[in-house]
Design a protein around this ligand. Structure first.
Ligand code: ADP
Length: 485
């Protein structure tokens, strides 16, 4: 089979820079694709976390002026990846969140920061890196959305382009006056091009002009074609439905492996589920919860946002407590939600714990400890935490939306006798249905045999990257075979 070359363009890559699941996917997919004969190089901005991780980087190009300052394209191996890094300190040498300044507002020059990334990608796509002529360029989310547009309007031979949507809620809209500055011709500003409600839409541009569109679950691929799920882009997506595919994400099952996880107090597998008890006790002690094996422990590892249904969970807390359960929450996000969870935990210390912040190690311990992981999202393109939960026997209790619908099988609806359930789903997403799902989880847990069987089935779910990578590889090959001239 011919080796295929892919340029992956993204603004995040685990563990160098991460605000969400995008970073995990960008980091994990290349190794799985390599097993399918696909070679990936990943272009990312030179944020401080990226630059610090580079050793022996080679400068391939230098630009005297790229949107206000000098820039270099660096090539290096880091984090197990073949990285290409756009080192432009005036655009990216800023600590903290990659998109937001210290005041919590988006950086004023985000349009230029991500136009620079896309322009760099377009030049690589057209041969700027010696010895690397990509067959396909995969653009992840709005930060890379201009790549298909720049290649389309440049004309001439080019690789196939794939726009991958990890979350349609983030769209990147900027003033139309920037059109020429970001390298687009006047005729690009139209309904079939980059124009989007009077702005330049970076994600819209990618969706309109990429050869293929993928998103991260089949159900989300269907949801975004509807006015309810399309976030203003459903009309365009319906128009392009023939090139849209939903491919589920996986997780790195070496990184997320309860048999070898160094963050656990006690490692375990599906045949030794009783060992989880030591993790639960350790987590309860660490978070100041009552160290009670007999208390059902729910966990949350999430951005604290309305998308994730965290307001519904706040409202459901009295019910959760009434069931005699505990909640351990790890999350950061909207300030009012952070404050509300911190206040609730302070009110009921032995039963509710809220760690406001980001913690990789604690996230692992939570997955290996909690009896159930709650994911009450209003919409969820794929979701990764429920995949980790499945692998760790933390029974996922999820809203039946997007990738959550595709990855969790409801224990009741599959009929307990059929023995196919891997978690609990509820729909439609409401406080009442979340409360019912919480009650169902606690009730099921009272029967140790039923619960253990449910955990074991959850842990047997295939959550790795092999299957998704085959799907991507097939899509890339088909595209490369019909490569536009
Ligand atoms: P999203 O990308 O919408 O935030 P996903 O479930 O797809 O949601 O991916 C979230 C990723 O970030 C998962 O790997 C999850 O474990 C991790 N994560 C989210 N919040 C935290 C946190 N506070 N601490 C540690 N990891 C977190």
């Amino acid at each position: 089979m011919k080796r295929l070359r892919v340029l992956s363009v993204a603004s995040e890559v685990y563990p160098l820079v991460k605000t969400g699941g995008l970073a995990d996917v960008v980091a994990a997919l290349p190794a799985a694709l390599a097993r399918e004969g696909v070679e990936t190089r990943t272009l990312v901005p030179g944020y401080p976390g990226v630059i610090d991780a580079l050793h022996g980087a080679e400068a391939i190009h230098t630009h005297a002026h790229l949107h206000g300052g000098p820039a270099r394209l660096l090539a290096a191996h880091a984090a197990g990846l073949d990285l290409l890094v756009l080192d432009a300190p005036h655009l990216y040498a800023r600590p903290g969140n990659p998109y937001l300044g210290p005041d919590g507002a988006p950086w004023a020059d985000n349009a230029l920061r991500f136009a620079a990334l896309a322009q760099c990608a377009a030049s690589i796509a057209r041969g700027a890196v010696p010895g690397f002529a990509p067959d396909v360029v995969q653009a992840h989310d709005w930060q890379a959305g201009l790549v298909p547009a720049l290649l389309h309007y440049a004309g001439g031979p080019r690789p196939g382009t794939v726009m991958t949507v990890h979350n349609l809620a983030f769209q990147g809209q900027f003033p139309p006056e920037l059109l020429a500055t970001i390298g687009l011709p006047p005729h690009a500003y139209g309904i079939d091009g980059v124009e989007y409600y009077g702005t330049i839409g970076y994600l819209k541009a990618g969706l309109a002009l990429a050869d293929r569109i993928t998103t991260v679950s089949p159900t989300y691929a269907a949801e975004i074609l509807t006015p309810e799920g399309g976030m203003g882009l459903d009309g365009l997506l319906r128009h392009r439905a023939d090139v849209l595919t939903g491919i589920l994400n996986g997780i790195d099952d070496a990184l997320w492996n309860p048999e070898t996880d160094v963050h656990l107090v006690q490692r375990f597998d599906a045949s030794h589920l009783a060992r989880r008890a030591a993790n639960k006790a350790a987590l309860q002690a660490r978070l100041g919860l009552d160290v009670a094996p007999s208390a059902f422990l729910f966990g949350v590892v999430s951005r604290l946002t309305l998308q994730k249904g965290m307001d519904l969970l706040l409202e459901a807390l009295p019910t959760l407590i009434r069931h005699g359960a505990q909640l351990a929450l790890l999350g950061a996000g909207d300030k009012p939600l952070e404050d509300a969870f911190a206040a609730a935990a302070a009110r009921i210390p032995g039963r509710l714990a809220a760690v406001i912040g980001y913690g990789e190690s604690l996230a692992h311990l939570m997955q290996g400890s909690v009896d159930a992981l709650l994911v009450p999202s209003r919409f969820e393109p794929c979701g990764l935490t429920q995949l980790c939960a499945l692998r760790y026997g933390a029974v996922p209790v999820v809203a039946r939306v997007g990738g959550l619908a595709d990855t969790v099988i409801d224990a009741d609806e599959s009929a307990p006798a059929a023995g196919t359930g891997t978690g609990i789903q509820f729909a439609p997403v409401s406080r009442g249905n979340l409360e019912l799902a919480i009650g169902r989880a606690v009730a099921l847990w009272r029967d140790v045999g039923t619960w253990r069987a449910l955990q074991a089935r959850a842990m047997a779910t295939d959550v790795g990257w092999t299957r998704p990578a085959r799907h991507y590889a097939a899509l890339f090959r088909a595209l490369a075979a019909h490569r536009p001239a």
